[in-house]
Write a protein that binds this ligand. Structure first.
Ligand SMILES: C[S@@+](CC[C@H](N)C(=O)[O-])C[C@H]1O[C@@H](n2cnc3c(N)ncnc32)[C@H](O)[C@@H]1O
Length: 403
């Protein structure tokens, strides 16, 4: 309830996690899982509840009903226990919530019988500011497939150092996949730092960059450092820049665990310039993160499209600066974990107009589905690899400046 209330106030689930400090680690993990699941399935929960409600309940009562319905109909928990717990929670929630305890009891008893309605209900619809551009680019069916993919609890993917043995299922692109909820820190190789957690799509930008031993490479937006580690593991000399000193500390921690090295710089990347030009730059730019809704189901509730123009401006400034850091013939990989075409496909088109000599180098990577390559760039979506558990949404392109 505290997590969902914080999301209604605009917080991410990660930001809200501090409200759980009084709980044991196991209870905290359960609360986080339940809140995330209720957010993923909010479309079905509201569809089941709407016909059972005579008028809109107060926001915290609505959250209580959604949580209880999710436990019963998505997670298969016994209705008796769930209804009792929800009624007890309503009674403990102050006089106004307590007044609704009878209604909570009656509604949930009926909702417990509504498995067929739950199964037939559509997934939560994306907000129009995001759905419209997706449907315009890929069609209604793909927009619906993306919404369906947002209901799945994502698996955990790992990237390893070259030659490392990784737990989990080997994926065609080189990552390894563990089932959702796997306790990563207990697995062989974690303490030795042989591998780290990174979505299979998030591992592609550095595979496309193809860093070589001895090359000088900048990772302009580096924190928490998944891609910095990939570049360092390839033997390149990497400078990791990030605007946020606190987030840069996470890069330092990750490098310590994996025994890899990088030069760390806390700075605005557009104000940073090395003494001599670079072989390559990775720009994993700040973005709407709309490609990660599977992992952050609260995003559609706490973001709106108003931020897109500002992000597009920052990304364009970062691209222009990144190109100016390269030696002749150097390469830039631009990546965003966004589904919004303004941050991906249109951003690339605008960059090519501003820099007419730029060459797009189409990917030649093992395991890459040819359907993900569009006009020389990689476009992954959460509905890709649906039978394997999906993929984060990324736009990734490799650009080379004239030699
Ligand atoms: C998408 S995240 C990077 C993820 C990272 N590359 C990884 O793989 O772990 C974007 C990062 O850009 C940083 N950032 C935003 N604006 C920046 C700027 N002007 N200069 C440098 N870093 C910036 C943010 O602090 C954030 O850590």
């Amino acid at each position: 309830m505290a997590l969902l209330a914080a999301v209604h106030e605009g917080a991410t689930l990660t930001e809200a996690a501090g409200s759980l400090d009084a709980l044991s680690p196991a209870d905290r993990a359960r609360a986080q899982r339940l809140a995330a699941t209720a957010l993923r399935f909010r479309g079905r929960a509201d569809a089941v509840l709407a016909p059972l409600l005579h008028r809109a309940p107060r926001p915290e009562t609505a959250d209580l009903l959604r949580l209880a319905v999710t436990e019963m109909l998505a997670l298969g928990e016994a209705p008796h226990g769930v209804v009792n717990a929800a009624v007890a929670a309503a009674r403990a929630g102050g006089p106004k919530a307590a007044a609704a305890a009878g209604m909570v009891n009656a509604v949930l008893r009926r909702a417990a019988e509504a498995q067929a309605a739950w199964d037939a209900a559509p997934p939560a619809r994306l907000p129009d500011w995001l759905r419209s551009p997706l449907a315009a680019r890929w069609g209604e069916a793909v927009a619906a497939a993306i919404e369906a993919a947002h209901e799945t609890t994502p698996p955990i993917d790992l990237t390893g150092k070259p030659g490392a043995t990784l737990p989990g299922e080997a994926l065609p692109t080189g990552s390894h996949r563990l089932p959702p909820g796997a306790r990563v820190s207990t697995l062989p190789g974690y303490d030795s730092g042989y591998w780290w957690v990174q979505d299979a799509a998030a591992a592609l930008p550095v595979r496309l960059l193809d860093p070589r031993a001895g090359e000088r490479i900048a990772d302009l937006c580096a924190a928490p450092g998944g891609k910095t580690m990939q570049i360092a593991a390839a033997g390149a000399q990497v400078t990791a820049i990030d605007l946020s000193p606190a987030r840069l500390e996470r890069v330092a921690e990750n490098l310590r665990r994996t025994g890899l090295t990088a030069d760390l710089v806390a700075a605005d990347a557009t104000a940073w310039r090395p003494e001599t030009p670079l072989d390559a730059v990775l720009l994993d730019a700040p973005c709407s993160a709309t490609g990660t809704i599977r992992r952050h189901p609260e995003l559609p509730l706490i973001r709106d499209g108003a931020m897109i123009p500002d992000l597009v401006r920052v990304q364009a400034a970062l691209i222009d600066h990144a190109l100016s850091l390269l030696k002749p013939g150097g390469r830039l990989v631009y990546a965003v974990c966004s589904l919004h075409p303004a941050e991906g496909e249109a951003q690339l088109a605008a960059a090519r107009t501003r820099h007419p000599g730029l060459v797009v180098e189409p990917p030649d990577l093992p395991g890459l589905d040819p359907a993900w390559v569009v006009d020389g760039a990689i476009r992954t979506r959460p509905d890709h690899w649906a039978d394997r558990g999906g993929l984060d949404g990324f736009f990734i392109v490799r650009l080379r400046i004239p030699g």
